[in-house]
Design a protein around this ligand. Structure first.
Ligand SMILES: Cc1ncc(C[n+]2csc(CCOP(=O)(O)OP(=O)(O)O)c2C)c(N)n1
Ligand SMILES: [Mg+2]
Length: 550
């Protein structure tokens, strides 16, 4: 038995079923140990995709996903994924190789200080210096990754430690993580605040999307009948159909949902994580904010709650509801605004313009996706439209990244969702910019025989930045590009490809792609003139009208 065998035994002990990555020669002992283990090695075509997939596994299951790379260049390719998991609070374990540390037979070839590089991007980064420490260090890594606030950890296994003969050492048994609930005195104080509120509103933030929380959050909202909105990453946290959904804060201010936010006198902010682009701005005159979370709120210029309720969110909210159920006659004070907010957002969803409007694309995707279908977004302008307009009824059915907001994660995150949920429809939505950042993973998706549809919204530009450039008054410059023929590109990977050629063509093309099974690429041209018309002109006019009224 050697160090690599001990590492793999420790991973099996954690229940790891698969590892994503690209091995290098420094990992060969690990690869050999994996070959003889119950763990599957899933090769990706870039380490970044491996990290995005592992992080998404952690996000969707609560159990850390694991990825593997070699030293230097491979490890550096994991860094964007590390930051994605760190900002997005996704549990993940990254294992990288290194040259031997007991002798330097290749001098400094390929050696960079990976542990130092990973330190600011992770919750823990450590080099393994002897086989004897492997069982405990692996257990600690998984504990740290999984414990709130969740995130990535990094272990470096140098090749000589991996190869070192060692007696068998039993793994450390995992123990369940016991999360405390809020103190009764804090619960009483919070209940007092809510009882006093004239116009309360619940906000569901990123941590509300933890996989085990859906039921507890739905119970809380339904028991108290307080209307709610969500941040982008809190989307879908409450199972829908409650009639209490007021919208998603895809923009920071001035959107229709802010009509309700601005009128609220108390916001019960559940699981908000300030890594997200602010869903609203706190100021001296705004509503009071009660922060409910696993951890205290970080104080920011734009977020400084007046009161806190810290502890395991589900049981804490149940205790809060016990104190308040049936005692809130003003719970629904803001509900009359709901119809107008949602009505305005649905505007132009039926337009038959070609190229398609973003609203139409969102509507047609919603039509084709069953309630439990999962939409995974890359980063681009369409993300704002999906966050704003796409209605969810099941938790974690829109996976988007409003934390690192990196391009390139859409396809790998959808691949992971498809692996975890093989019977559900999974759709990746990518811009033509973001798709091309990890498009090589089409080969991985085809090799894994996933059922997955990838929708590319095509504007031949880095559309979001081009829009920002225009709204800031700069001339149109430097943000357009050419594209490959995406249908031919798909074919080259042995996957199917279709082009949407009319406004009415999107829904049937997607439907046929899902019905056909396998990996299918669909490309649709998008008309981004709506960005300026709605998100700037219309909302500005609305804000000045609201200003006049108040
Ligand atoms: C890795 C990375 N590089 C750059 C950016 C900055 N950025 C945000 S959106 C965007 C444009 C995205 O273009 P595309 O994927 O085509 O989507 P579109 O906005 O055109 O729909 C860019 C460059 C980023 N978020 N991530
Ligand atoms: Mg684009």
């Amino acid at each position: 038995m050697n160090g690599a065998d001990l590492l793999v035994a420790a991973l099996e002990n954690e229940g790891v079923k698969q590892i994503f990555g690209v091995p290098g020669e420094e990992n060969l002992d690990i690869v050999e140990a994996l070959r003889r283990s119950s763990i599957k090695l899933v090769l990706t075509r870039h380490e970044q995709a491996a990290a995005f997939m592992a992080a998404t596994q952690g996000r969707l299951t609560g159990e850390p996903g694991v990825c593997l790379s070699t030293l230097g260049p491979g490890a550096l390719n994991l860094t964007t994924g590390a930051a994605y998991a760190q900002l997005g609070a996704m549990p993940m374990v990254m294992i990288t190789g290194q040259k031997g540390i007991l002798s330097r037979k290749q001098a400094r070839f390929q050696v960079v200080d990976v542990v130092s590089t990973m330190t600011p991007l992770t919750k823990m980064a450590d080099q393994i210096v002897s086989p004897a420490t492997i069982p405990s260090i692996v257990r600690e890594a998984f504990r740290v990754a999984q414990q709130e606030r969740r995130g990535p950890v990094h272990l470096e296994l140098p090749e000589d430690i991996a190869a070192e003969e060692t007696p068998e050492i039993p793994p450390v048994p995992p123990h369940p993580i016991a999360q405390p609930v809020a103190h009764p005195a804090a619960l009483d104080r919070a209940a007092g605040l809510i009882l006093q509120a004239e116009r309360p509103l619940v906000m569901l933030g990123a941590a509300a999307s933890r996989p085990h929380l859906a039921e507890a959050l739905s119970d809380f909202v339904n028991r108290l009948q307080i209307p709610f909105f969500n941040t982008q990453m809190g989307k879908g946290a409450v199972a829908g159909g409650s009639g209490l959904y007021m919208g998603t804060a895809a923009l920071t201010e001035r959107d229709y949902v802010h009509d309700a936010i601005d009128r609220a006198d108390l916001i019960i902010s559940v699981g908000h994580d300030t890594v997200e682009k602010p869903p609203f701005l706190m100021g001296p005159d705004g509503p009071r904010v009660l922060h409910v979370g696993y951890l205290p709120a970080t104080v920011e210029e734009v977020y400084f709650p007046h009161a806190e309720l810290i502890g395991d969110v589900g049981p804490t909210l149940a205790l809060l509801a016990d104190r308040l159920e049936g005692k809130l006659p003003r719970a629904g004070a803001l509900l009359p605004l709901r119809e107008q907010i949602l009505g305005r957002i649905g505007d132009r969803a039926e337009e038959s313009r070609y190229p398609l409007t973003p609203q139409r694309i969102v509507r047609d995707v919603r039509q084709v996706m069953p309630e439990d279908g999962i939409v995974c977004l890359d980063n681009g302008m369409y993300k704002i439209w999906f966050a704003r307009n796409y209605r969810t009824r099941v938790a974690n059915t829109v996976l988007l990244d409003n934390a690192l907001a990196t391009m390139g994660a859409g396809l790998p995150s959808a691949m992971m969702a498809a692996m975890l949920c093989p019977t559900r429809r999974v759709l990746a939505v990518c811009g033509d910019g973001g798709f091309m950042m990890n498009s090589q993973e089409l080969e991985t998706a085809a090799r894994l025989e996933l059922n997955l549809v990838v929708l590319i919204v095509q504007d031949n530009a880095f559309g979001m930045i081009r829009w920002k450039q225009a709204t800031d008054g700069f001339p149109d410059f430097g943000l357009t590009f050419g594209n490959p023929d995406f249908v031919a590109y798909a074919k080259a990977y042995g996957v199917k490809g279709s082009r949407v050629e009319s406004a009415d063509g999107l829904a049937p093309t997607l439907e046929a792609a899902f019905a056909g099974g396998g990996v299918h690429l669909v490309t649709v041209p998008i008309d981004y003139s709506e960005n300026m018309r709605v998100l700037v002109d219309e909302l500005r006019a609305h804000a000045s009208k609201s200003g006049e009224r108040s």
